[in-house]
Design a protein around this ligand. Structure first.
Ligand code: GRF
Length: 203
């Protein structure tokens, strides 16, 4: 049974979607812990209610990014995960942290990368006037929001969209592609070839 640790900072709806799909599909994988850097993250309550171990590693308790990442890694390693899933985890990770978990660390970003890395993606999509927007699941590299792409979902931008209406439709897609991507990674269905993610031939 493979082991998954999920990192959150807030509401945790992607985490919830993953818990639901993992249970429904009887994954050969177990979500062994949910870790937050924010004490008030609503997702912690959701995880607890689902009987999953929760941990708080509050970044405010550490003098710098490096020491926070070390404490976070220490906490993660207690659970010996095969995969670490960032689900709305709002901290920039140090290159050392990313290197330690290379190939085992994935993220979801609410845009069609490489467009709109960083924050406020929905607002920027509307302001830019793109006609399609969406979400991207990717392996995490030291370059923020730029790792090899595992999956994407496309959402049409409507003329009357607001940041909120667009965010809502993108989030609904996130809840579909993220569990699917985690499933495929954990089952070894994907391989990295020359920095690109391709479907493994043997699976
Ligand atoms: C999602 O839009 C995700 O793409 C981004 O942060 C948001 C987290 O939402 N990284 P939730 O906490 O999973 O509900």
């Amino acid at each position: 049974m493979k082991r998954i640790v999920i990192l959150i900072s807030g509401r945790g709806s992607n985490m919830q979607a993953m818990l639901n799909v993992a249970a429904d599909q009887q994954w050969p994988a177990k979500i062994v812990a949910v870790i937050s850097n924010q004490p008030t993250a609503a997702g912690l309550d959701v995880a607890r209610a689902a009987g999953i171990a929760t941990e708080l590693v509050n970044h405010r308790d550490y003098p710098d990014r490096g020491q926070f990442d070390q404490a976070l890694a220490h906490c993660i390693d207690k659970y010996a995960p095969d995969l670490i899933v960032l689900a709305g985890f709002m901290r920039i990770l140090t290159p050392e942290f990313v290197a330690k978990y290379a190939g085992r660390l994935i993220n979801i970003h609410p845009s069609l990368l490489p467009s709109f890395p960083g924050l406020h993606t929905h607002r920027r999509a509307i302001e830019t006037g793109v006609k399609v927007h969406g979400a991207t699941v990717h392996f995490v590299t030291a370059d923020l929001d730029h790792g090899p792409i595992i999956a994407q979902a496309v959402v049409t931008v409507r003329d009357d969209d607001t940041e909120d209406t667009l965010a809502e439709r993108v989030l609904a897609e996130e809840h579909i592609i993220y569990p699917q991507a985690v499933h495929d990674v954990i089952l070894g269905k994907l391989t990295l070839v020359d920095g690109r993610v391709v479907r493994s031939l043997s699976t």
